[in-house]
Design a protein. Sequence first.
Lengths: 261, 326
Amino acid sequence: MKRSFPTTTFAVLGLMMSVAGTAAADHSERNPNVTEVNPGDTVKVARIPDNIYLRTQDDPDDLIWDRLPVYRTGLTTAPPVHPSVMLRFDPTDMEAKHLYFQVAKSKDRFYIRLRWKDASEDRSTTVDQFRDGVAVQYAIAGPETSYMMGSGPDNPVNIWYWRSDQEQIENLAAGGFGSTTHLPEQTVTGASEYFPEEIAQDSEWHVVMSRLIDEDGEHQVDLSRDTIPVVFALWEGHHNERDGNKKVTHNWIMLDNSDSQ
Amino acid sequence: MTVKRQLSMVLDLNKCIGCQTCTTACKLMWTNRNGREFMYWNNVETQPGKGYPRDYQNMGGGFDEAGALRAGRQPSQEDYGIPWEYNYEEALMTGTDPWLRPNVKPTWGANWDEDQGEGDYPNSYYFYLPRLCNHCANPGCLAACSRNAIYKRQEDGIVLIDQERCRGYRYCVNACPYKKVYFNEQISKSEKCIFCYPRIEKGLPTACAQQCVGRIRWIGYRDDTEGPIHMLVEKYKVALPLHPEWGTQPNVFYVPPLSPPKYGPDGEMLDESRIPLEYLESLFGDGVAAALDTIRTERQAKADGKGSELMDTLIGYNHAEMFKLS
Ligand code: SF4
Ligand code: SF4
């Protein structure tokens, strides 16, 4: 069997990646409290003071999130790496999808909160419907790891995947394309909420994922490190997105996880 | 895709009576539960007809002439038909409902257009086409899976989905032009005909073939030169793949149906068969005319008492000769 890849695709994407931050985005909201972040930038992990008590561990709408810095980054279409993804790839879709994220830790837990606009709440996975989803991917080693699903089995990534059809975060690992594997340790918790708006385009998903900082396991990201490379991926079910048909951050954003202020 | 051996099935469409016993055998064995209710790993459709899922022949998939995957359309639940149940208990036992009725309003189903066919009396025609996964030599489903979850067994070429690896992307459902992979919503994974491999491993034929009332199915290995598959596919070339132009190289073959002659306006018999040759060619490719000629000739020979090895095989005197599983 023959698998064909037009090589020009990658060139087009290269161009697209470089303009990702500034490309036409899905909305033009300007919020002075939001810091624009591009791949390669460093973002500080906020410290939740010890005297603050979270009523519900992963409440996606907890008050605490109004008090922590918000970052925004542009996600663009992932380069297709399989003929099935290629078949569904739209090279004209240059629009960057804005993802708002917040990162924080308490004494013993690491939190990440994600928020994005999505005009439709796609919660079901049926024969012809696809669900919404978001994933956070961490390099287990350093930023030399490929941000595209890791660089082979020796240099893997840890992925936290939230899917809208279940309130449960999948803890996964991958070492290259097509190798995504469910980890024996399902240690990540999370919760989500969809906020519908009068104007459908303004509706939002809010998702929180968290994990104990101290966890062992060969493929679980070490969250006690000072620097953690991270990227995001987003699937809109309404657009039949799944697998490699997704929007992603094109290269690592560095989380400064040190205790220095 | 080369495998050590390839199991194969031949179905003689001249003998199929459309009784759906095969469908039922398969359903009871594999698909009447656990989210598979809408699936027919084996279905029998009336042709010409929309088939199952509805209009599957126009949904794309398979390969183009250059060998690249062709885009396909995802069937909807409605295209398969939403399975319904009857209120037997209430209507027939307790009498609490005066009507026997289905629990959903049926608008389409796997054999909704059964026995409709084409043409006007007295030249109307149809035939039955039982369909199952073709366990293709170049499976579209396998090529489309970005997870490498689909594989072909070395020992018999059966195409299976590794349920551990499947993440429910449905690329395979899309890519199979025969629409013989189904998405199970209950487990969020794809499932398909497994050629009854647990039976095959015990030396038994598939349930659909074992139960076939019309004795239209032969099973054997492609490389068994003494077996029925070789005789029907290679030696006499009377068994042809369905839609060879889709590029997946099926291992299920069909003996195309002969049909009575057409009637002219004054009731005279014309020198033209009721089922148009072009129609059969649109399904089974270029080999149809030659295959039908061979069958006609051999049938005549048998009728004339001259004996015919081909006819003796097609008659299917006993199961032991129809199923050669070693
Ligand atoms: S018929 Fe479809 S499901 Fe079966 S092997 Fe061929 S491509 Fe795959
Ligand atoms: S059991 Fe045999 S004769 Fe009956 S529908 Fe199936 S293939 Fe045809």
